[in-house]
Design a protein around this ligand. Sequence first.
Ligand code: ADP
Length: 396
Amino acid sequence: MNITETVLVINSGSSSLKYQLVDPNADGSVASGLVERIGEPISHITHTSGDQVVDEEKPVADHSDALREVLRLFDEVGPKLSEANIVAVGHRVVQGGRHFDSAKIVTDRIRDLIAELSPLAPLHNPPNLKGIDVARELLPDVPHVVVFDTAFFQSLPEEAATYALDKDVAEKYSIRRYGAHGTSHQFVSDRVAEIVGTKDICQIVLHLGNGASASAVKCGKAVDTTMGLTPLEGLVMGTRTGDIDPAAVFHLQRVAGMSVDEVDTLFNKQSGLKGLTGDNDMRAVRSRADSDDPDARLAIDVLLHRLVKYVGAYAAQMGALDVLTFTAGIGENDMMLRKELCERLSLFGVELDEAANAIRSKEPRTISTPNSKVQVLVVPTNEELAIAQQALALIK
Ligand code: ADP
């Protein structure tokens, strides 16, 4: 192994532990894997190191056992962590509230602040914290760094972060717009600045994956984003509604007799592309739309309609639009969606280079013509690399 230093990046969910050993200097993944169905009778573990892929099924009782299994696989399959020169462990944390506008080295105090924020992200912060606790216990000799999904959006101006809700209620219950996917928006908008050679631009990043969000970034600072108090607000997503009149909640409770939890599940897990078509995977929706399935066509049109609305709104708010960038699973791969959106943005002088748009690549690339008034890019995101780089920068 010819690596100088690595960061072990951990993304701990309620029943899963995803990890990647990253060489932040070479922009590379050294090994990666996933423990799924933690706590169920049979858990599933995959570990990939170079061309070696290990797949195991066995009981894994909790997150502590899961990390022990991961450490065993590094030892048995490689690369041996003792030889990988791990300089930090980087943890993804979903909600940093108003406490965190950047990555932090984990101390007991930082850990407790993350725990305090759990009511704002009850499905995410507690499992993130479990990952932090077991990793600190099992890997006590390296610094642990937390990287927050919300941190990049702490720069939002007050008028973008504030809901027009009773001031005291909002204050008492910390209800404001925190955003999410910030690690990706920061990573991609930084890459864009490198590519165009300056940070002094008005850019919009469209992170279109299973979860989807847009951000407006002016001179390197986020000035607006579509996700709000939680990652439910904004764009149409794989299974989430995105924007919906909150009165739909009252209506479903009063008229359909649904409980809060039922509405929560409906909005977060059974809506979006899945709700409109039965499929949450864009590849399936796209192929159905290609065969003139009306549900699939409408779903894509709803998604596009909202994208156009936000691009227009953000351009107006920033007073200019220099660069528009697509990223994440759909943004990087669905060339038809990019074409459909760019066609709807002719008002802004967006001109797509169809040949460039059709190229499949893992590299950042420009897909607009030289005459286009807005430069359109595809920039692959890499949240693990972003976490590893932030962790490395912090400990140095
Ligand atoms: P997340 O990280 O939020 O789970 P990803 O960024 O991996 O999601 O994106 C997943 C989405 O990307 C899925 O909807 C998937 O169908 C879509 N996707 C991947 N490849 C393609 C493709 N070639 N064409 C259209 N959509 C694609």
